[in-house]
Design a protein around this ligand. Structure first.
Ligand code: DX5
Ligand code: ZN
Length: 231
């Protein structure tokens, strides 16, 4: 079975919003694979961040795919606006999407890569019927809302479980993890089957600098993959 390449997705939530373009360009030159954009509305999660106008501006300052994580109460209402603004990947939560299959199709119909995400308390089985409709599963490794939280250990088993579910249906979808990812946790989640690593604090606040932080995360994750995925 082909093993998915490790991708690093810096989360701009931990960047300096007054210098967002420079922060993103630094991450791009340092080898980032995606730019992770956390959209929060103060309803689905207890924090407010940014919306389509900011995504539209970010589109002009980077060539990297914009990985847009929607933590909002009514995603269906805003999906077209984020697609129009330039999102390349749109990730919706299982918890607030009773018509998940339909929502994922509507994302694909807009020419955007559909992805689905699960909060720490949401079981893997909730996505069993949409495995062939997604290009990525995001396993939240903290409760969404804020950067800088500690990695929740119990999510590790879910990563392995979802990789096994994807393998069983012959899907090469990526597994992304988000929250508390640093070079220690990166190695372990990659060993469990994750290959896209979102990191905010450990990249944008890294004392060693953005470039060294991205390199360390990628190397740690590659070590993890070698342990279990036969690379
Ligand atoms: C949390 C967000 C994350 C957050 C990760 O709700 O989805 O993307 O920025 O931040 P760190 O890497 O600092 O845990
Ligand atoms: Zn996120």
């Amino acid at each position: 079975m082909k093993v998915n390449a490790i991708k690093i997705a810096p989360s701009i939530l931990a960047a300096d919003f007054a210098h967002l373009a420079e922060e993103i360009q630094t991450a791009e030159s340092a080898g980032a694979d995606y730019i992770h954009v956390d959209v929060m509305d103060g309803h689905f999660v207890p924090n407010i961040t940014i919306g389509p106008p900011v995504v539209h501006c970010l589109r002009r300052v980077t060539n990297l795919p914009l990985d847009v994580h929607l933590m909002i109460a009514d995603p269906v209402k805003y999906i077209p606006a984020f697609a129009e603004a330039g999102a390349d990947i749109l990730t919706v939560h299982v918890e607030n999407n009773p018509h998940l299959h339909c929502v994922l199709q509507s994302i694909r119909d807009l020419g955007v890569r559909p992805a689905v995400t699960l909060n720490p308390a949401t079981p893997a089985a909730t996505i069993s019927e949409v495995l062939k409709d997604i290009e990525m599963v995001l396993v939240m490794t903290v409760n969404p809302g804020f950067g800088g939280q500690a990695f929740i250990e119990s999510t590790m088993g879910k990563v392995a479980q979802i990789r096994a579910m994807l393998d069983a249906v012959g899907s090469q979808a990526d597994i992304e993890v988000d929250g508390g990812i640093d070079s220690q946790t990166a190695e372990r989640v990659a060993a469990a089957g994750a290959n896209v690593l979102v990191a905010g604090t450990s990249i944008f606040q890294a004392p060693e600098g953005i470039e060294a932080a991205i390199k360390a995360l990628r190397e740690a994750a590659q070590r993890g993959q070698r342990k279990t995925r036969g690379l």
